[in-house]
Design a protein. Structure first.
Length: 257
């Protein structure tokens, strides 16, 4: 555990509604650390945007919370809203198809599972909220990758180190590019055995009011339960759920489809 990071982030707790600006001396006294150490930690927080320096005069230099915290708070707020909106539809979908349902978003250069609804099947996949995967593996991550802005997609592709999780995972960037193009054109994604062998995943996009794809809803389970007689039904119900979530987020269905 990095103690310097813990100490630096701990300094942020000293800022309150009553103390929106604090001097180096005030922070040093509250932190019970040496002034050089506190100054170094404050400089790091300022460089990262967590704090900003308020210079009233050469003798009166104070610190206040930076805009980076507002940006991160806004992201957390959006994720909470997304989860709250999506969860009832995920539960309904799970009841209809009885397969595990995930909500997946882009997190930096990975895809992260931020919500799930478990099925009652005896044979099911082990997954957890907070799990992250590379964007080139699985139906959910690849759907998010496919709908990224082209420049962002290429930037990630260029430095991608494609290590396979299974023999079915993509290892060629050129093959991946073709697959992403096909996913974008068809508007949804299917994968077989890319994360775990003998499993299938089906994903559909969730859009916000502007039409931007901000998440995907993913259904996954053993491939034996995703055969021809049942697969179209799962696809249809998953798309319905994704569309309903999008509508609840303000997207007008048919606008960008």
């Amino acid at each position: 555990m990095n103690q310097s990071v813990i100490k630096a982030l701990g300094l942020l707790d000293f800022f309150t509604d009553q103390d929106r600006e604090l001097s180096l001396s005030e922070i040093t006294k509250r932190a019970d650390m040496s002034k050089p150490t506190v100054y170094r930690l404050l400089a790091s927080l300022e460089e990262c945007g967590f704090l900003r320096k308020v210079k009233n005069s050469d003798q009166d230099i104070r610190y206040s919370l930076g805009l980076k915290l507002l940006e991160l708070g806004h992201m957390v707020s959006e994720q909470l809203e997304l989860r709250n909106v999506a969860l009832p539809h995920m539960k309904d979908l799970c009841q209809i198809i009885n397969e595990i349902v995930h909500l997946v978003i882009v997190d930096g250069e990975q895809a992260t599972y931020i919500e799930k609804v478990e099925s009652s099947q005896a044979l099911r996949l082990y997954t957890r909220v907070g799990k992250s995967l590379p964007l080139y593996i699985g139906s959910g991550p690849k759907l998010l990758f496919a709908f990224m802005p082209q420049k962002q997609q290429e930037k990630i592709l260029e430095k991608l180190d494609m290590e396979p999780l299974t023999p079915n995972s993509y290892t060629s960037k050129e093959a991946l590019r073709k697959n992403l193009k096909a996913i974008y054109e068809q508007g949804y994604s299917i994968s077989q055995g890319e994360q775990d062998l003998d499993t299938t995943g089906i994903s559909f996009p969730i859009r916000d009011y502007s039409g931007e794809v901000i998440a995907v809803i993913t259904v996954s389970g053993p491939t034996t339960r995703f055969q021809k007689d049942r697969k179209p039904f799962i696809e249809e119900e998953t798309k319905k759920a994704a569309d309903e979530i999008s509508k609840d987020l303000g997207f007008k269905i048919g606008k960008d489809e």
